[in-house]
Design a protein around this ligand. Sequence first.
Ligand SMILES: Nc1ncnc2c1ncn2[C@@H]1O[C@H](COP(=O)(O)OP(=O)(O)OP(=O)(O)O)[C@@H](O)[C@H]1O
Length: 267
Amino acid sequence: MLDVIGLSQGYRRRPVIHDLHLSLGTGAFGLLGPNGSGKSTLLRTLATTALPAHPGHLRLFGQPLDSRRAVRAAPRRIGYLPQSFAHPPGFTVRDFVRHCAWLREVPAPRINSAADEAIDRVELGDRADTPLRKLSGGMLRRAGVAQAICDQPDLVILDEPANGLDPQQRVRLRAVLRELSASSCVVVSTHLVEDTTHLCDRVGVLYEGRLRFDGAPEELADRADDGDAGDTPLERGYTAALAAPPLPAGAPLSAAHGDTATRPGAS
Ligand SMILES: Nc1ncnc2c1ncn2[C@@H]1O[C@H](COP(=O)(O)OP(=O)(O)OP(=O)(O)O)[C@@H](O)[C@H]1O
């Protein structure tokens, strides 16, 4: 579904992601990392809103982004929720989700029903005709999730989707994403380390633009030492991973996710 092969990415002359390797198939992948570690930059690149410097660094749906045609085609199969997004404040939730679906070139006969279904999934059905400017922060976030999951894209990329959600809505969101991840590749960045146990079959820990861990949440918890900071084994395992060296390009991947057993580039 998605292969990142030695990706480096940054802003002007400032590198942020360094020689990153990652292969994902169907399932839920949680991306953890401290502020400024490069999570949003990586997700932006996977969503193709920022292109890699070299087309060969990213393969989506089996294709490198090496032609205008490939770059144009990829977003049709990607649902993306950025960390923050501009929205026309006069749009209702329904207008917004339909508009995003139209931008993604969801076939016209499917747009209305797919938008309504996505709005129901995030439990905004009773607000479908409410202008976005009148929504609470958590509701606006859910409207953002609705547009990303509308028509079940093959690749769903969500940058901190649980931001501002109350505990019940977080549980509901996890259930929706788990359901999606049975047939799509769902990539979620979060600061809620514990959330990944309930949602993800695989997590990555990014620090200073390099992956420090890639495996099942249980394996991350196993990294924990008594001396690591955190209240739970998973939080302590996360702290331990931050102190670990970057993963080498050929490191084996957890067998729990997708169909790739080793990193691309592994000999
Ligand atoms: N548009 C931009 N222009 C220049 N530098 C940027 C831009 N966006 C991010 N950066 C820089 O890139 C680095 C990584 O930022 P990024 O937002 O990817 O991290 P993050 O892990 O998502 O952080 P957070 O958890 O705070 O959201 C930071 O040092 C940030 O200052």
